[in-house]
Design a protein around this ligand. Structure first.
Ligand code: PGA
Length: 241
């Protein structure tokens, strides 16, 4: 079985471009996971309906439906056709100040609505330089201890994404990714998440995807910038088999 390729489109694309990209991928019978912006969910849902592509959202409100202007609830995401949601992406943790307490509430809401969370973890450059990378990742994974064992098995994946590698063009080396995947996998095994796939993310491109996919313990890739163009996404997906 091939490895997973998840496309995080972040705050990019318009409906026409999203439709074109999703339709091409669907037409080729690919089984990638797509995470478009909220306004593109319906467009991508239509373009991928009946295909083996899976649809996810990039964020979820920690609240149930109600007076929360600007928020999107887990139930709304399900209604829009999403089956997965990113939680804990570093751009939410760091640019939006999302704390682990908030992330836990988001996980609860997503799980209650039947969305499979994709939990992102990873250390900053300062944390790595201070020798704290492993502790940071272990602590971020440890958040799931507050969930039931059954809930932990409902995650679609965990992604190790070193913050210093995201959008910087500087991916982790195979050795760095391998070491952290070993640690994260061991931790996930003890947390009852032995069957949950562990992805690598951070400046994955067509020219480094093969090397990263070959790292033991890398079950797939979470791709940002390189997932916005059909050709590079196809190349990465071909490498993932
Ligand atoms: P990038 O983003 O591939 O553009 O570095 C990855 C991510 O943030 O998921």
């Amino acid at each position: 079985m091939g490895k997973i390729v998840a496309a995080n489109w972040k705050m990019n694309l318009r409906r026409d471009a999203a439709r074109a990209l999703a339709s091409s991928l669907a037409g080729q019978g690919r089984d990638l996971w797509l995470f478009p912006g909220f306004t593109l969910l319906e467009t991508v849902r239509q373009a991928t309906s009946g295909s083996s592509l899976k649809l996810g959202a990039q964020d979820v409100s920690p609240e149930v439906d109600g007076a929360f202007t600007g928020d999107i609830s887990a139930e709304m995401l399900v209604d829009a056709g999403a089956t997965m949601v990113l939680v804990g992406h570093s751009e939410r943790r760091h640019s939006h100040g999302e704390t682990s307490a908030l992330l836990l509430r988001k996980l609860h809401r997503a799980l209650a609505a039947g969305l499979a969370p994709l939990l992102c973890v990873g250390e900053t450059l300062a944390q790595r330089q201070a020798g704290r990378a492993e502790k940071v990742v272990r602590d971020q994974l440890g958040l799931v201890k507050k969930l039931t064992p059954a809930a932990r098995e409902q995650f679609c994946a965990v992604a190790y994404e070193p913050v210093w590698a995201i959008g910087t063009g500087q991916n982790a080396t195979a050795a760095q990714a391998g070491a952290m995947h070993n640690l994260a996998r061991a931790e996930m095994n003890t947390l009852g998440m032995g069957t949950v796939p562990l992805l690598y993310g951070g400046s994955v491109k067509p020219d480094n995807a093969g090397e990263l996919l070959a790292v033991a313990g890398v079950d797939g890739l979470l791709v940002g910038g390189a997932s916005l163009e059909l050709e590079s996404l196809q190349t990465i997906d071909d490498l993932a088999g």
